[in-house]
Each structure stands twice: as C-alpha cells, then as structure tokens.
Design a protein around this ligand. Structure first.
Ligand code: ZN
Length: 399
C-alpha cells in the first residue's frame, strides 16, 4: 500500500522532472515546437517500422493514429498478448491505466511513448512474477528528456521509474544504422571473397560508408541539439529491419529491466553500495530481458547483443561528454562497461543460457561498435572545439 506521503512526494518529483524537461529541451536555434514536430515525424518512422514487421502498412492517413491514446493502447495490447497469458493481459492493462490516471499532467507525454514503456514494464513484471511472489508496481512515467537512460527514485516504500524519451529514439536509430553497416560490411566481404577482415581494412571500409555518416549525424544531433532524431530517418529492407528490431528490443528492455531490478531488490541507491547494486541489477536484468524476449523470438542472440550495445553506447557517450566538457571521466562508483559486459556474460553462463554464438557475436558486435565510434568521436570533439555548445541538457542544468 502507498502511504500518502511517499506517493505524494513521488508524484511531486515527477511533476518537477516534467517542468525541468520543458525548460531545457529548447536548444539554440530550434524552438521547442520545431523540436516536437521533428520528434513526431521521427516517431511516425519508428512506428511504421514496427508496423511493417507484421506486414506492409503505409496507408496515407495512418499517421494520425499513433497520436491517439486508444490506438497506442491497442498496440500495447497486441504486444502484451504475444508475450503474456491472456488472463493476465487485462490485469496488467488496468494497472497501466490506473498509473496513467494518477500521473501529473504533462503535455509532452505522448501516447506512443507511454504505452511502449507500460507494455515493456508489464511484460518484464510478468516474467519476474514467475520467480518471486511480489512484483511491485512502481509509479512509472516517460519524461521528455533526451538522455539514453532511465532511472529509479525511491520515496520510502514507493518507487518511481522514469524512462527518458531519448532512449527509445537513440536505440531505434542506433540499431537500424548499426545493422545496416554490419550487413553492408558482411556483403562486401562476401563479394570480395574475404573470410575475416583485419581491423585496419575494416576501418578503411567503414570510412567510405554513407551509413557511418548517418550515425555520426545521429550522435551529433543527440549531443549538440539535444535530440537524437533531428530529422534523421534510416530505412531498411525487411530482413535488416527484423534484426534491428531485435537489437532495439534488447536495448530498451534491458534498460527498463535494469531499473526494475533495482526496485525488486530494494536497492537504496547509496554511493557505498552502488557497485554491488549495479552489478546485481545487471544480472537480474539480462536474465529477465532474455526470458521476456523468448516469448516473441526464438533468437536470443540479437537481443543479448542489444543489451551489450546499450551498455557500451552509454559509456561512450558519457566519455565523449566529459571530454567535451574537459572534465576527467569518472565512473563515480558504477562498474565500467567492460566489467558490466563480463558480469552479464557470467550471469548467463552460470544459468546455462550462454551459447558460444551469443558470446562470440556479442563480442564481435562490441568491437564493431568500438571501430565505428572511433571514426565518429573525433568529429564530435572537433565540432565542440569549433565552438558548438553541447545541448543544454548535458550541462547539468538542474539535472
Ligand atoms: Zn542502475
């Protein structure tokens, strides 16, 4: 049961976050309205990609549908039905409806974002319920902040899970662009009859690829405009899209599962226990994410790679930002991306879930991410050196 004070404080905290997001999303040269239009347009792209997985749907006029609460909810029901037993769908849906009713008002909360988080969280809670009797429901919300991150805040016995909308945008664009680069390289190697490619030739090849430039734009927009979308759209053929979707699923779900694991394990977020709590959250998160993904795909490899990619990309961004701000990069008590990778692998191995394909593919993809980012980062740093300021949200204004 919620006590009045913990729930009230939790909701006050959320309201403050919304207000903050509203004041800092505007970046130089771009009005908030223009930003919102850009985001709406790119959301349509994301939505259509997901739609296309079930068959072509490019009807003109469909566009408006995703803005309605009813259609976003209907879409979430579809996903819930695929993943959890029918008799649980209504219960979980009612909980998500009730959560929505108590949230502070916020004009930039989109139906699409809310219901994506609601369905992911409820699916993960269902799988958690198979292992333990109590699966607390946090107050959850999306916040119009563009970080590739989510977080949990505790108020006595109440938890608030906040998903920042930059997460879904960056995961979507990163996964799609990354898969396209990956597949293009594989095709090129096949054309040239090469079995394996040396790191130097790989870099040379990557330098010539248009898709790497697109990814650079995505990071540029993310860091300097405060919006990972900024008009970018990556189109993929059906085969690529499925792979990108599975990686994206792994990235988003792992991030939510990690936060949810903090709640279930009643972590207090204290600095002294941070390392151990983070490691524990990652261990639960990877198993929970893989279990939930198994309901919609028999291929655990790509969602598994997605989780690793999310961890790697988060650290790379943090390093680039500290470099631009001329501050030493510190982990601040958190495990490094490398330690997290090893921990996630270890957790899966101990459960007998780690196959050699999962391990080798994840490691290969991580080194691929390293190579690509090594080509992108110098340009980002150069942009900052030439005087382009970081988007306001990186400067910690009230965050
Ligand atoms: Zn954490």
């Amino acid at each position: 049961m919620w006590t009045k004070s913990s729930a009230t404080n939790a909701l006050k905290f959320l309201a403050r976050r919304h207000k903050l997001a509203d004041t800092i999303t505007g970046t130089d040269g771009i009005t908030q309205d223009e930003q919102r239009t850009a985001i709406r347009n790119s959301l349509i792209t994301i939505y259509r990609d997901l739609e296309r997985l079930d068959g072509p749907s490019d009807e003109p006029g469909d566009k408006e549908n995703i803005w309605g609460w009813d259609s976003a909810r209907a879409e979430a029901i579809k996903h819930l039905k695929q993943s959890i037993p029918a008799d649980r769908v209504n219960i979980y849906l009612t909980e998500a409806d009730r959560n929505l009713q108590i949230l502070p008002s916020n004009p930039s909360r989109t139906p699409y974002h809310y219901w994506c988080v609601a369905r992911d969280l409820q699916i993960l809670r269902y799988f958690m319920s198979l292992h333990r009797p109590d699966v607390p429901l946090p107050i959850f919300d999306i916040v119009d902040l563009r970080h590739f991150n989510a977080f949990v805040q505790r108020f006595e016995q109440e938890y608030v899970l906040v998903f920042q909308i930059g997460t879904r945008g960056l995961a979507n664009l990163f996964a799609k662009t990354f898969v396209k680069i990956w597949m293009d390289i594989c095709n090129k190697c096949r054309e040239l009859g090469i079995q394996s490619i040396s790191p130097t030739s790989l870099l040379d090849l990557l330098k010539t690829m248009e898709t790497v430039k697109i990814l650079k734009t995505v990071f540029y927009a993310y860091l300097f405009l405060g919006d990972p979308h900024a008009g970018e759209a990556v189109s993929l053929n059906h085969q690529y899209r499925m792979a990108a979707w599975l990686i994206e699923l792994g990235m988003n779900r792992f991030i939510i599962a990690h936060e949810y694991a903090h709640i279930v394990n009643q972590h207090d977020g204290s600095r002294e226990k941070r390392y151990d709590q983070e490691v524990e959250a990652d261990r639960s998160a990877i198993l929970l994410m893989l279990e939930s993904a198994a309901a919609v795909t028999n291929d655990p490899v790509l969602p598994f790679c997605g989780a690793h990619i999310a961890v790697a990309v988060q650290q790379k961004i943090a390093q680039t930002v500290s470099c631009i701000l001329d501050q030493p990069f510190t982990l601040n008590g958190y495990p490094s991306a490398f330690a997290r990778t090893a921990n996630i692998m270890g957790a899966c191995e101990r459960c007998g879930w780690l196959t050699s394909t999962m391990e080798s593919m994840a490691l290969e993809m991580l080194s691929f991410v390293d190579s690509i980012y090594s080509l992108i980062e110098p340009d980002l740093l150069d942009t900052a050196k030439r005087g382009r300021p970081l988007a306001k949200l990186w400067l910690g204004e009230g965050l």
